[in-house]
Design a protein around this ligand. Structure first.
Ligand code: SF4
Length: 293
């Protein structure tokens, strides 16, 4: 529970606040960007302005329940119950943003895909009862796609609750985790008519992306969106190999998609597959000529 006594001084005055236990995961800023902002001075999130209407109070309360470290507090409990049951949050076409981040995955984002061939949970949210119940109402989980070893969090609890088959690359220790479908090698693996697993070594040795309907690319920590509309990757978090990650980025030019839905960082939607391709090409060029730190 957040502590009012540890409230960051840069919070806007009012009911909602962030305390000094924030780990700067950005989950609150993704769910309620009108309320939360990053304070570059302290390198943490703060309340930039208090919510002004019921919709913003609900979004701020969704951020509160999703914060992995319980760093958000409020005296305004009016939307607490509604917020707990408002997740997962629709994105587009049966794709949902789960919220309920886990500290075990440093507050990473996870996603639910509701589809005819069986729902897919992409990476693991926290095993919070309201979220698991809501996922059950949406049809449960048939497959759990684990993009890489850092974002597995409560995978075992989801597998136990829903009896789903987990899918992960062997190079990230999938066998040790008890994963049912261990993928090997670097060739793409078609998991269904609308699903393709794409090995993308770099951030970790066994990192993978999941392509859904040639439209949505779930990228783990391989690549993410920035506020200026560009795609980004960083050498500072290339735990395995930055050179391999650059090669993997170029490989994405073989695929068509409009959305990038990452584990960390912002989702990014392009206006067209062509526009997304141009963004990937620009990042590939920057990585190849070393302009990315
Ligand atoms: S969700 Fe919580 S830990 Fe993450 S940035 Fe916001 S306040 Fe900090």
């Amino acid at each position: 529970m957040a502590r009012a006594s540890a409230r960051l001084v840069r919070n806007a005055p009012g009911d909602f606040y962030v305390d000094d236990s924030c780990i700067d995961c950005a989950m609150c800023r993704l769910l309620a960007p009108a309320v939360f902002r990053r304070d570059d001075g302290v390198g943490l999130s703060v309340v930039g302005r208090q919510p002004r209407a019921d919709g913003e109070r609900l979004r701020a309360s969704m951020a509160l329940v999703s914060c992995p470290t319980s760093s958000i507090g409020t005296a305004d409990k009016g939307f607490a119950r509604a917020a707990a049951h408002a997740l997962p949050d629709p994105v587009e076409e049966g794709v949902f943003f789960c919220g309920y981040a886990s500290e075990k995955s440093y507050g990473a984002s996870s996603y639910l895909v509701v589809r005819d061939g069986g729902n897919v949970l992409v990476d693991s949210p926290r095993a919070a009862a309201p979220l698991m119940d809501r996922i059950g109402e949406l049809g449960g989980v048939r497959f759990m796609f684990l993009s890489h070893k850092d974002d597995v969090a409560d995978h075992a609890k989801y597998a136990a609750r829903f009896g789903c088959d987990r899918i992960m690359h062997g190079d990230d220790g999938a066998a040790r985790l008890g994963v049912e479908h261990v993928l090997e090698g670097h060739a793409e693996v078609r998991l269904g008519v609308d699903l393709v697993a794409i090995p993308l070594p770099g951030h970790t040795r066994g990192s993978m992306a999941l392509l859904y309907r040639d439209r949505f690319l779930f990228t783990g920590d391989h690549v993410w969106g920035e506020d200026d509309g560009t795609l980004e990757a960083s050498r500072s978090v290339a735990w395995y190999s930055w050179a391999k990650q650059a090669e993997s980025m170029a490989r994405l030019l073989d695929y068509t998609f409009e959305w990038v839905l990452p584990g960390h960082g912002s989702p990014l939607r392009a206006d067209s597959p062509q526009q997304m391709r141009a963004k990937v090409e620009a990042l590939v060029d920057r990585m190849r000529d070393g302009r990315r730190a």
